[in-house]
Design a protein around this ligand. Structure first.
Ligand SMILES: NC(=O)c1ccc[n+]([C@@H]2O[C@H](COP(=O)([O-])OP(=O)(O)OC[C@H]3O[C@@H](n4cnc5c(N)ncnc54)[C@H](OP(=O)(O)O)[C@@H]3O)[C@@H](O)[C@H]2O)c1
Length: 249
């Protein structure tokens, strides 16, 4: 299915939250697809992210305006710094995001791919701390320490790669297959429900209409504390993306 059709199908089955980034080059595609759905802007939640080469105060302001143009909108629901780079550029970008937030051009601001250490450093210069932190999270890499920190700091945890990006045998794990049978769901739905039970925001991606529908049918069952504990056992601390502490991008 082409991306425009996939987005339109997602909208038809109820998705309203769309995650983009300048580096994904998907902002214009989302704008085109959403226009074709006829949905009202206020019913949508649109995220984008400033890429690494546009970090720093002036460049981030410029990147934001370009993003608005590509998305054909006059505000974002969430704008994120895509990756931690180094303190000075993050500082300038964050100041730009704080200003955009204060003017109402962004409803919420946050960061992606930051470690606890990097978030703690922000306390030295941030007037407003991130409202959302988007990081790789799935049962093989549950981010327990970061998640506990975010709960303590009252920051919303958002999971990217929520079903492991199709880069492992996660969905064949016997416990996930068994729970899928128990609840008459798929292993992917069990994993996505696991995120919901932990209070994380999820942004699963698929280009297949059946999976797009499947990945949103998560609200007619719940996992028990025992199920959650069993899923905890399969943690291998394996991340498939880069470690934010390794800043050599
Ligand atoms: N902030 C960041 O640095 C960052 C990094 C990566 C991703 N992201 C965001 O996170 C979103 C999701 O992450 P992701 O795409 O990397 O990983 P993901 O959502 O965990 O996994 C996507 C993969 O799983 C497959 N899949 C989807 N639904 C399935 C189902 N029900 N059963 C079996 N397989 C299924 C997809 O294949 P098909 O498409 O063929 O169905 C695709 O190969 C991205 O779209 C992006 O917006 C952010």
């Amino acid at each position: 299915m082409n991306p425009v059709s996939a987005i339109k199908h997602a909208a038809e089955v109820g998705y309203r939250h769309f995650d983009t980034a300048t580096v994904y080059k998907n902002e214009p595609i989302l704008a085109q697809a959403l226009k074709e759905t006829g949905l009202a802007r206020e019913d949508l939640f649109i995220t984008s992210k400033v890429w690494n080469d546009m970090q720093g105060y002036d460049k981030t302001k410029q990147a934001f305006e370009e993003t608005l143009q590509k998305l054909k909108t006059d505000y974002l629901d969430l704008y994120l710094i895509h990756w931690y780079m180094e303190d000075e550029s993050v500082k300038g970008s964050w100041q730009a995001l704080e200003e955009l937030y204060k003017t109402g051009k962004v409803k919420a601001i946050g960061v992606s791919n930051f470690s606890i250490n990097q978030l703690e450093k922000m306390k030295g210069y941030a007037e407003i701390m991130p409202m959302v932190v988007q990081v790789e999270t799935h049962p093989y890499f549950p981010q327990d320490e970061l998640r506990n920190y975010l709960v303590k700091e009252n920051i919303q945890h958002e999971s990217w790669g929520p079903i492991g990006q199709g880069r492992s045998d996660l969905l064949s794990e016997p416990i996930l297959v068994a729970l899928a049978e128990k609840y008459d769901k798929s292993p992917a739905q069990i994993v996505l429900r696991w995120h919901i039970e932990r209070g994380s925001v999820i942004i699963p991606k698929s280009v297949h209409p059946g999976r797009i529908t499947e990945n949103s049918a998560l609200f007619d069952f719940e996992l028990t504390a025992g199920d959650m504990q069993a899923i905890k056992e399969i943690n291998t601390e394996t991340r498939y993306g880069r470690d934010p502490e390794n800043t050599g991008y």
